[in-house]
Design a protein around this ligand. Sequence first.
Ligand code: NAP
Length: 292
Amino acid sequence: MRQPRQVVVLGATGQQGGAVARALRDRGIPVRALVRTPEAPAAERLRSWGVEVWAGSWEDPASLDRVLAGADALFGITTPFEGIAAEVRHGIAWVEAARRAGISHVVYASAAHTDESTGIPSFESKRKVEQHLRDSGVPFTLVGPVYFMENLLTPFALTRLREGQYVRWMPPEKTVQLITVEDIGRFCASVFAHREDFLGRRVDIAGDALNAPLLAAILSRLLGRTVQPVSLPLESFPVEGELGRNVAATLAWMARTGFHVDIPALRRQYPEVGWRTFAQWAEAQDWGELSR
Ligand SMILES: NC(=O)c1ccc[n+]([C@@H]2O[C@H](COP(=O)([O-])OP(=O)(O)OC[C@H]3O[C@@H](n4cnc5c(N)ncnc54)[C@H](OP(=O)(O)O)[C@@H]3O)[C@@H](O)[C@H]2O)c1
């Protein structure tokens, strides 16, 4: 097993990139992060973990070239938050930079099932980045996470929890597969450490699968207050702009088809990840004034 000399982590001030940087550090693999705001607290936190922080942006090819010089591996993400077209442009920018730098392994955290016909704009954009990566000749691994457990920590979800509700836009009995970003980090670090086993592969990953009543029951037990599962019709989802349409398409697909990763097989094949259940993740959170 040959560990990479140095991994450049994109999006390290965010959820997935941060988890990957921590997991690589835990394996003793040196990390460089490209960040837009080097003076931000999130960048300071990276430095406290021993991460080299480099200033730059996916919009600035020269900054990508600088941070990749001398590194041998790259963790990449893209987001639709600045637009679907920008997601494709950003991904192509760092794939091209990886090609110029002669990077020997790119791990791209995409989303589960982007290789299927989902009709979700941000899955289509990720598929375009994946295709560009495949065509680039840069050795790669695609990692496809399902719905993040951390989505429960968004202001909207926390407000509803305070009101004793767990809200979803799908039938209550519909099971949703979940993963914690910590396990995305651990899995990706393991992919970097076992490069040969993962080259050219796509692995979709999930840690748990629950319907709304089960999830609400776990929260009720943990928070010491009743949390009711609330199912809203998809038509009531507030669709605003391109991102709103994207979330609505994601919810529609989740209700219709949904994530369907083979969780038992993952647990068997990659036990070192730990694969936390929703209950384990929720127990580890500080719910503050939400818990009685
Ligand atoms: N939530 C889910 O359930 C789920 C499930 C599967 C897949 N996904 C996908 O996961 C992705 C989001 O990942 P995440 O939650 O880790 O994102 P996140 O926490 O919002 O972090 C995004 C990171 O990207 C950086 N970034 C954004 N634009 C940049 C640019 N132009 N140049 C340099 N850095 C830039 C941000 O830097 P700054 O700190 O400077 O902003 C931040 O570090 C999305 O594509 C989403 O579709 C989400």
